[in-house]
Write a protein that binds this ligand. Structure first.
Ligand SMILES: [Zn+2]
Length: 171
């Protein structure tokens, strides 16, 4: 186990050697993800396992966990999205290798240069982001919060009373 992430990695050599790498990556380093984010503050926890399957396929399996801040497209306020991603890529060096790759892998085409870890993470995060992010419950949306007036002042400090009031609302 290597407890930090390098900026770049020779995926072929690392898969041949067999390694697990673990560490965090700052959101600010994920340049291609940044336009989709409300904030570049924070980091993601990344674990990468490189190795060779019994059939000789070099693979990159990994997990990405953390929280990214997006902008809700319903109320335009900030919203957090928790990421808990798992992926398994087959490392290939040519189009011909992509064609013969087992379908359980997504192909990861590498050239002669070491691959930037930030690019690998960016690709997976972009795939996971919703096309139109919105708060999952529209009661979280800013407009609703503004419009909502607690019926009784004494209930303001009691979240359970507020919950009860919400539950009593007719559907
Ligand atoms: Zn919203």
């Amino acid at each position: 186990m290597i407890d930090r992430l390098p900026d770049r990695l020779d995926l072929i050599a690392t898969a041949d050697a067999g390694r697990v790498l673990k560490g965090s990556i700052a959101l600010a380093k994920l340049e291609r993800v940044l336009p989709a984010l409300h904030s570049d503050q924070g980091e993601l926890q990344v674990e990468l396992e490189l190795g060779k399957d019994p059939d000789g396929t070099r693979y990159l399996a990994g997990t990405i966990r953390g929280t990214v801040g997006l902008q809700c497209q319903r109320c335009l306020d900030a919203m957090d999205l928790s990421l808990d991603l798992e992926f398994r890529l087959g490392i290939v060096q040519s189009q011909a290798e992509i064609a013969s790759l087992h379908e359980r892998y997504e192909p990861m085409l590498v050239g002669s240069e070491p691959t930037a870890i930030a690019d690998i993470v960016s690709d997976e995060v972009l795939l996971a982001l919703p096309l139109v992010p919105t708060h999952s419950d529209n009661r979280e949306c800013q407009e609703f919060v503004k419009a909502y007036q607690p019926p009784q002042p004494e209930q303001r400090d009691n979240p359970f009373a507020m919950l009860a009031a919400l539950k009593q609302k007719p559907q």
